[in-house]
Design a protein around this ligand. Sequence first.
Ligand SMILES: [Zn+2]
Length: 212
Amino acid sequence: MKSFTVTIQRCSECSGLVDDRRISAGGIILQKWTDGKTNNSAINVSSHTRCFLVKCPYCLKNIWFNKLEIHSSRSLLFGEPEDFDKSRPFSKPKVQDYADELAAGRVSADKEENFRHVMWWVGNDRRRDIKKKKPMLDSEIENLQILSKVCEDPNKYQRLKLAEIKRELGLFDEASRLLIEHCNNKKTDEYRVFLQGLVSKQDCTVRGIPFT
Ligand SMILES: [Zn+2]
């Protein structure tokens, strides 16, 4: 059995108690999307080296969870942490909150790529498994354009990531060129062919991958 630790921190703006109970569950990956997000939010956050932006549920300010003062932390196997009943789970920031943090220069250079990747996921959350697809906001398009430059000299893995970014931007010819070369790994190549199918249909929406 896995031990699920919950950490309660104190908001730097209003001193309210905020916790990470919604990301501590971990679990098996059952669903993966073309932008790299999975159903396992703990993994999604750990790829962000636990340095992640949240919204305080009381004062609604954007706060960096790992930089807050720790109030209590405990594995739920040993009971709830101190003041668990007085704490609220953090709220999720929206795309504009991520854009605001970047514009304010509060994201360090070494964290920027991961941060932009999470911003990509947050934007796509408005399109996952929803029939009526919402178009990208200008800030999402700009984010993907910058993220694509990071992958300009792609290795095999980044090549597919870059192709996915181009596809979501509607740059189907560029995406198609990146998907011509076969991948050595059978599973990765299966994914490459899947992306090719979406590009040929001129589909620019994030999609669930029908295999894991
Ligand atoms: Zn607060």
